[in-house]
Design a binder for this molecule. Structure first.
Ligand code: NDP
Ligand SMILES: O=C(O)C1=N[C@H](C(=O)O)C[C@H](O)C1
Length: 267
């Protein structure tokens, strides 16, 4: 493995971006090549209040960051619109994207997957970097073989842009892979207040809660005859995501395709 992986962070002033900068600062095998920020062009990271004392340049133009800094990895923690743009640009410039940003459409995921394959460049898109959340999703996939009736309740802080969460969508997709085709509930059900039953993926309902005081939480509730099974994960601090970010930035160096989900990188 390369002993110095040079990382560009897009979204350094965000909640996840700041946590990622602290993690990069602590890892001897990583160095911060640059940041992509929509403010502070030409400044250093160390010039910005609240950011670690790192001597890396800030660019508002992502192409300049990709051209001028000899980076290996672009870590994107921004918004769906910019995460997609940054992912595409990184692949075009031969820099491996590691994307934690959520809220992409299936078409956007397909396009990034296609581009990575065409260029033969590794990429990771992980809707959740917390190992506990990945296990929660895998346990849910397993449970769905035995309990095909399931609803997902995801709870996040009230500044989150996208709903449902990327984790909830990925959980529903994994359950879809595992359970037999199945109709939940009954035909006569009627919503007397629109939205009361939540969003729907393949008959699975997803309920999204947004409140101050929350970080990132999910319960997957299975129902069977005379019993329920609840699989639950809580991120109490954004540190919970950093071991997954670190693993992704290391493993992406050995990939030549895009992988969607941290489960593909864990032993
Ligand atoms: N995969 C995972 O494990 C996790 C994923 N996430 C996802 O990561 C993303 C970021 O989350 P979070 O940190 O909480 O969000 P924040 O809103 O705290 O941070 C997003 C940052 O992106 C910046 N930004 C927006 N547009 C651009 C742009 N064009 N160029 C550079 N920076 C830009 C914003 O800048 P400004 O301040 O100027 O608006 C902001 O600082 C979300 O999609 C979230 O769902 C979050 C947690 C875990
Ligand atoms: O926005 C967040 O905070 C989170 N977003 C990701 C998601 O949409 O699943 C991961 C985690 O839940 C935190």
């Amino acid at each position: 493995m390369k002993d110095n992986i040079r990382i560009i962070v897009a979204g350094p002033r965000g909640k996840m971006g700041m946590e990622a900068l602290k993690m990069i600062d602590k890892q001897s095998k990583f160095s911060l090549a640059a940041c992509i920020d929509r403010k502070n062009d030409g400044q250093k990271v160390s010039d910005i209040d609240g950011l670690p004392d790192l001597d890396a340049p800030i660019y508002t133009n992502p192409e300049n960051a990709l051209m001028e800094t000899e980076a290996d990895v672009l870590l994107d923690l921004t918004t769906p619109e910019y995460g997609y743009k940054h992912g595409k640009l990184a692949l075009e410039y031969g820099v491996r994207p590691v994307i934690g940003t959520t809220g992409f459409s299936q078409d956007q995921l397909d396009e990034l997957t296609r581009l990575a394959e065409e260029k033969g460049i590794g990429a990771v898109i992980a809707p959740n970097f917390a190992v506990g959340a990945v296990l929660m999703m895998q346990f849910s996939k397993w449970a769905a073989k035995h309990f095909p009736d399931v609803e997902i309740i995801e709870k996040h802080h009230d500044q989150k842009l996208d709903a449902p969460s990327g984790t909830a969508v990925k959980t529903a997709q994994l359950i879809q892979e595992a359970r037999e085709p199945h109709h939940q509930g009954h035909e006569e059900e009627e919503e007397t207040l629109k939205g009361a039953r939540g969003a729907d993926i393949d008959g699975m309902k997803i309920h999204s809660m947004r409140l101050p005081g929350l970080i990132a939480h999910q319960e997957v509730v299975f129902g069977g005859l005379g019993q329920t099974l609840t699989i639950k994960h809580d991120s109490h601090h954004r540190e919970s995501f950093m071991s997954g970010v670190k693993l992704s930035a290391e493993k992406v160096m050995d990939l030549d395709v895009l992988v969607y989900g941290l489960e593909h990188l864990l032993d």
